[in-house]
Structure formats: C-alpha cells, structure tokens
Design a protein around this ligand. Structure first.
Ligand code: APR
Ligand code: ZN
Ligand code: ZN
Length: 376
C-alpha cells in the first residue's frame, strides 16, 4: 500500500556558485529502503548555506538543493523503515546518528561516521539522487535539502518530534540553536560561576550565550563587530558586549584586562574566522582555560599559533552540532522547548514565504537578521 509516486513540487535550486537561488519545479522520487520522504513546513536559513553559495566549502556538487534547518511531516517511508510513519512530525538532522558506527557507540562523541566529513551526502547512501529538475539530476546537501517542498532523507538523519511542536520554531533545533547551546553545555561543560566569552553574536553565538546562562555562568561577554547585535545578546543573557573596532589593542588583550589579567574560563568562536579562533584561544585562562571552535572556517583555511598556549594548559576543542547525539537529543530538546525550559523564539527575526528565499539571504548578508524562517 506504499505510495510510490514521483512528486512534482517547488524547490530553490542552486545551479552554481555565486548565483541567486532559483525557484523551480522539481521532481522528487519516492524514498528507497531505509529512506523517508518529508513534506517541509518550515526551514531556517543558516550561514553555512551561504558559505556554500559563496563557494567557501569544498566537496559540494552543483546543481544542489541546500537547506539543513527544517521541520516537516513524513509523507511516505521506504521499505525497512520501522520507527517513522506518514504523518509524523520530524526534524532532519545535518549530523546523522546511525547508532552502529564506532562513534555512535562511544559516549565520547556525537560525530557519527556517516557525516559529510567522511562520506559525501550530495547523494543518498546508494549514490543516486532523488531530485531532478529540467531533466537534470540535482544533488542533495547534508542529506537534508530543506529548501524544497518535499525532500528525501535517510532514516539515520531524521528525528521524530512531539506532535504538538510548532514547526516554525522546531526547525531551529536542526542546526542553529542545538549547535550553540550544546557547545556550552556538552563540549565546554561550562560550570556555575564561571566567566565566558562568546565571539560572534549571530544565531549560533546567541544560542551559545543561552547555553552559558543555563549552565550558570556569572559573566558572559559577547563580542561582535556589529553593535546592532548587542541589544538582543543582552536579552539572551550576555552581561557585557564589546566591539573589537572600539579598541586599538587586540580583543584578546581587552578580554584579559577585563578579567583582572587572567583571561576567561571559557571562550567560544561562533564566527568561522581563523583570526577570531586564535584570539579566542589567547583570551582564555592560563592553566585551565577552554576554547571551543563552533564556527565553520572555509575548507582551505589554515591556522598558526604558539604551541605554548596549549603547553601551559589551555584546552582547544571543536564542537559539531553542539555535541548532541542528534537522533536521541533533538526530540528531547524540542520537548524541553515545549515545557518552556528553553526559549528559542527570540532567535527568529524574520519570516518569509518560501518563494522569497533570496530575500532571506539578503538580510543574512546585510547583518540584519538572526534567523529568517521560510514558510512553505
Ligand atoms: N569578530 C567578532 N564578531 C564577528 C567578526 C569578528 N571578526 N566577524 C564577524 N562577526 C560576527 C558577525 O557580525 C555576526 O553577528 O559574527 C556573527 C556571525 O553570525 P551569523 O553570520 O549570523 O552566523 P551564524 O549562523 O551564527 O553562524 C556562525 O557558525 O555554523 C557556523 O557556518 C556558520 O561559520 C558560521 C558560524
Ligand atoms: Zn547550520
Ligand atoms: Zn554512526
């Protein structure tokens, strides 16, 4: 009784680097074994989608349907799918959780070996795509491709969420919120009373501020070159906000002075820039400071720094998807949101109908938005 129809629908296709997205009619094939076809209800726009459009990330094949922060409803399931059924509310997962690989079996990491870092997610696990447009195969992105009315996702990369969850907020749990919040709670394990510095106050940085606050940090210093981000950062829990452009000395020295010559207990880089990564490391406390890289640098980026910074006891860590084991954790985070233990509403600054996706990218690039939500 399974529905095996090809669905024709709208999607925003990225034909090549540097071009605006184009709203096209695409064909979406039925899900194969262990795959699920989802009707998207809402999707956020993340800076990573923009990095791809600017050509900053390697290993992406065009044409492609981007988008990795979505929420939708299962339309149909392929063979052997046991944990999902049509009608279920779901969030696609840009970091899968296969549950079987050495990383999934280890409590030390959430970085499943099926991520795009190890194996291309420009195609489905069987190496073919489910999208065509104007007779051409169109690639997937991170196995999520949420900039389409319908998408097909491997079951390892999809989480079932509460039936009552509002979709225009649930999508934020697919990337931005979870990434920042978890970086503070899971990766840094911020302790009560500590002093934190968050570089970059976009959606990821603000979510990191929320995580620091939830962990009981007593000082949270927000750093951004756009002072327009400060008001919201304070509402989210930043106790002070500083702009590197207001100082002649390097920002790490400013932070060290602000902390009585000591440096911060925890620093977070939520920009994706190697200079701020280095500044964040240098700004943390000799002997025990922990610096976490949350922003994604361009694929070709390289970094040089003094090894003495680490020799003297600082720790440098990276955090992908906030350290959350995705399939297990996203439903719990959404449940916490519904129980009013977490508030993500303030992250949404703009809402557009799906067709106006390029406008959403426009407000991201101009620094006006935190998160734009597109409604299908
Ligand atoms: N110092 C401090 N802040 C900076 C600097 C800098 N040198 N350069 C840029 N910023 C600020 C921007 O003004 C902006 O407010 O960093 C913030 C980045 O926010 P967004 O562009 O909204 O990006 P976001 O979605 O939060 O993602 C941040 O994480 O996942 C990655 O790819 C993503 O690399 C990106 C990063
Ligand atoms: Zn993202
Ligand atoms: Zn795995």
């Amino acid at each position: 009784t399974r529905d095996k129809k090809v669905i024709t629908c709208r999607a925003a296709v990225a034909w090549e680097v540097g071009k605006p997205l184009s709203i096209e009619e695409v064909e979406v094939s039925p899900p194969k074994a262990r795959e699920v076809r989802v009707k998207l209800v809402a999707t956020g726009i993340c800076r990573t989608d923009d990095h791809v459009l600017r050509g900053a990330l390697e290993g992406i094949d065009f044409p492609v349907i981007l988008g990795h922060e979505g929420a939708g409803i299962v339309e149909s399931v392929g063979e052997e799918v046991t944990d999902l059924k049509p009608g279920d509310k779901v969030v696609p997962l840009c970091i899968p959780q296969c549950g079987k690989c050495s990383s999934c079996l280890s409590p030390k990491t959430n970085c499943c070996l099926k991520t795009h870092l190890r194996e291309s997610q420009n195609v489905m696990p069987d190496k073919t795509t489910r999208f065509t447009c104007r007779g051409k195969a169109v690639h997937h992105f991170l196995w999520t491709s949420t900039f389409s009315e319908y998408t097909v996702i491997p079951e390892d990369a999809i989480a079932k969420i509460d039936d009552g969850a509002p979709m225009d907020k649930a999508c934020l749990f697919g990337c931005g919120f979870s990434t920042g919040y978890g970086a503070a709670l899971n990766t840094a394990k911020v302790d009560p009373g500590s002093c934190c510095a968050v570089f970059g106050l976009g959606g990821i940085g603000l979510s990191t501020v929320l995580g620091c606050k939830a962990a009981g940090a007593s000082r949270i210093i927000g750093i951004d070159i756009n002072k327009g981000k400060f008001k919201k950062a304070r509402e989210f829990g930043a106790t002070e906000c500083i702009n590197p452009h207001d100082y002649t000395k390097p920002i790490q020295e400013v932070l060290i002075e602000m902390t009585g010559g000591e440096g911060v207990d925890y620093s977070f880089e939520c920009v994706g820039n190697v200079d701020t990564m280095k500044a964040a490391l240098e700004a943390c406390h000799l002997g025990y400071g922990v610096s976490v890289i949350v922003g994604e640098a361009p694929s070709a980026a390289q970094l040089s720094f003094s090894p003495l910074l680490l020799f003297t006891g600082r720790t440098w860590k990276g955090s992908i998807f906030g350290g959350w084991k995705s399939k297990d954790s996203v439903p719990k985070l959404v449940a916490d949101y519904m129980a009013k233990k977490i508030d993500v509403d303030g992250l949404v600054t703009h809402t557009f109908p799906f067709e106006e996706i390029n406008q959403g990218f426009e407000v991201l690039r101009s620094g006006k938005s935190i998160r734009s939500i597109l409604m299908f």
